[in-house]
Write a protein that binds this ligand. Structure first.
Ligand code: GEK
Length: 247
């Protein structure tokens, strides 16, 4: 888990903006990310701790663990702390230069030498091989929907038999009244965490073109089409779920 003690407060959308530009993982976001993600993702710390527990269960000797869209590297760090005395290799991948800078800085406090390979690249460029565990914690939602099946296929092909993909996503419900309920509970969660109505609505607009949500059924069928033999939902808090897919 991240050790950043004093989290810089996220106030990116606190003032009224004339033009809301598409959300980007730039310096401003990367600087406040640990605060933003905890106040915006219900159960984030539980997710991180539990991902490490699941990763430990599925890791295999002489294999690799990938964290795709690692941001500050929280999932890698938590997993590394459970597996550091094994011969598992870690790959932390993020396309954002700002995120990768923070990630390397985080790792420098906790990890000696070059035990985690940090790759600042698009997931599309990442060669996934000999993987026992692939973590995609809240990243698939930022991948173009028409490329998601190809990405899941690529992850499946890079996993060893018995290897696991841990996939956490914000989801939408196809039944409108259910979706409205979960979205409104989620907004209530954000306002309980100190975000104003203005912040919630401006961020929502900024994310509209960038973050495209699937339903849980779409995630299940994509994972099944790729060939995963077992797909289990192990986490849900409001409209955030996490799936464990085993090859
Ligand atoms: C955590 N997993 O704290 N290639 C590489 N990275 C990407 C791509 C891409 N195509 N698209 C988006 N990203 C983290 C949280 S945040 C979730 C993940 C959020 C990266 C992007 O730069 C960002 O760092 C991350 O995916 C998504 O456990 O902010 O809601």
């Amino acid at each position: 888990m991240t050790s950043e003690k004093k989290l810089k407060k996220d106030s990116i959308f606190a003032e009224p903006k004339q033009h809301i530009v598409d959300f980007a993982f730039d310096d401003a976001v990367a600087d406040v990310f640990p605060d933003m993600i905890r106040r915006s993702v219900p159960g984030y710390d539980t997710l991180i701790t539990s991902i490490a527990v699941i990763a430990e269960r599925y890791s295999q000797p002489d294999s690799r663990v990938y964290d795709l869209g690692c941001s500050h590297g929280a999932a890698t760090l938590a997993t590394y702390s459970r597996l550091k005395n094994t011969n598992v290799e870690f790959f932390a991948v993020d396309s954002s230069e700002s995120m990768m800078r923070h990630c390397k800085e985080q790792f420098s406090h906790h990890i000696s030498g070059t035990e985690v390979v940090c790759l600042q690249e698009d997931i599309w460029e990442t060669e996934i091989e000999k993987a026992s565990v692939v973590i995609m914690n809240l990243t698939m939602q930022f991948i173009a929907p028409d490329r998601r099946q190809a990405l899941v296929d690529k992850i499946y092909n890079g996993l060893l038999p018995g290897g696991a993909l841990i996939l956490t996503e914000k989801i939408h419900y196809s039944e409108p009244s259910q979706d409205d309920l979960l979205v409104s509970l989620y907004h209530h969660f954000k306002s309980a965490n100190g975000y104003s109505e203005l912040e919630i609505s401006q961020k929502r607009t900024a994310l509209e073109n960038v973050m495209k949500l699937n339903s849980i059924d779409q995630h299940h069928s994509r994972l099944r089409s790729a060939g995963f033999s077992q797909v289990s939902q192990w986490f849900q808090c409001f409209n955030f779920v996490s799936l464990l897919a085993v090859r």
